[in-house]
Design a protein around this ligand. Structure first.
Ligand code: AHM
Ligand code: MG
Length: 334
């Protein structure tokens, strides 16, 4: 049951039975992400004090080395999940290779692997603009108790058991799905508790916002160019509004609430676009579909793509269903 003012902790316990694979392990895993999110949030919030407290690479007044926030976030998420011994493997956008946890320990009965982008859009930190953490969770495919392998991570997105993001914005929110809709929780920083503030989030079927880095327009495929022109044309409810933060989590979050489309296409500069299938596109696509939205590479459903490498990139079109379908139509016909 969804109850406003429910805390995230209460929600996890009360909804455990509705998880596709009911187990305390997934609950503990989401709890550990909640914990790491709070720690990272505290640090992100202090970023504006960098001139006072010291920049990355400096030593602070306590004699501690200051780290870049994305490195810090990476460490915190990995540490939290490793210390609690609740996953068997982690892959991070910040790491070249996946990390096997307790792989030699035959008592390690953990069945989940996590893929994470610890601080997406981190170039926005310097200018006090929202950034996010994105996570994606799968059941391992290799036998429990054996070391994880690359196969455990290279699964198509439709096999995700949970995914979500944290947006460190004007408020900090944790939004996630376990395949049973999308719910958003807002952090009350005074007491460090996430409350259910956005139950059962849904993309409006149609929207009026398009989010794309138009500075790259000249390099875009013809279908995307045509769609952008369509968005700008005066007809019906158009022209649409252009909004691009340059932080996927924030752009996605706004579009889910207000209705819109996010596009990071391939271009003559990047043949597969920029975003990573496993750390960014799959989790956002899972959330989008769970919220009545859609996600595609222009021609194929994101969640159907079979990954072949950890850091694979794909073109990404995601948002309100009718807008994504319109964009796909332009791409097919170009
Ligand atoms: P990052 O993983 O290096 O932070 O890059 C991902 C980010 C997305 O959050 C954002 O939508 C996109 O890169 C912006 O890229 P661009 O500046 O090319 O428009
Ligand atoms: Mg990223």
């Amino acid at each position: 049951m969804l109850r406003k003012h429910q805390t995230l902790g209460e929600f996890i316990i009360e909804n455990q039975a509705s998880f596709k694979y009911s187990s305390g392990e997934l609950s503990s895993l989401i709890n550990s992400i909640r914990l790491a999110a709070k720690v990272v949030n505290y640090e992100v919030n202090k970023a504006g004090l960098v001139d006072i407290l010291g920049a990355a690479g400096d030593t602070n007044v306590q004699g501690e080395d200051q780290q870049k926030l994305d490195v810090y976030a990476n460490e915190k998420f990995i540490q939290t999940m490793t210390n609690r011994n609740i996953v068997c493997g982690i892959a991070s956008e910040e790491e070249d290779h996946f990390i096997a946890i307790n792989s030699q320990d035959e008592n390690n009965q953990n069945k989940y692997v996590v893929l994470i982008d610890p601080l997406d859009g981190s170039s926005n930190i310097d200018v006090n603009v929202s950034v996010g953490t994105i996570f994606s969770i799968y059941r391992r495919v290799t036998p429990i108790g054996t070391p994880v392998t690359l196969d455990d991570f290279l699964q198509p997105g439709h096999l995700q058991v949970a995914a979500g993001y944290v947006v460190y914005g004007t408020s900090t929110m944790l939004v996630y799905t376990t395949g049973d809709g999308v719910n958003g929780f807002t952090l009350n920083p005074a007491i460090g508790t996430f409350y259910l503030s956005h139950p059962n989030m849904k993309f409006p079927e149609d929207g009026r916002i398009y989010s794309v880095n138009e500075g790259n327009y000249i390099h875009f495929p013809q279908g995307v160019k045509n769609y952008i022109k369509y968005c700008q044309m005066e007809e019906g409810d158009r022209p649409y509004t252009s909004r691009y933060i340059g932080s996927l989590v924030s752009d996605f979050h706004r579009n889910m609430i207000k209705g819109g489309i996010y596009i990071y296409p391939k271009s003559s500069l990047n043949s597969n676009g920029k975003l990573r299938l496993l750390y960014e596109c799959n989790p956002m696509a899972f959330l989008a579909e769970q919220a009545n939205g859609k996600a595609s590479n222009g021609f194929q459903r994101i969640l159907d793509i079979h990954p072949t490498e950890l850091h694979e990139r794909v073109p990404f079109i995601c948002g309100s269903k009718n807008m994504v379908e319109k964009c796909e139509e332009f791409m097919r016909n170009a």
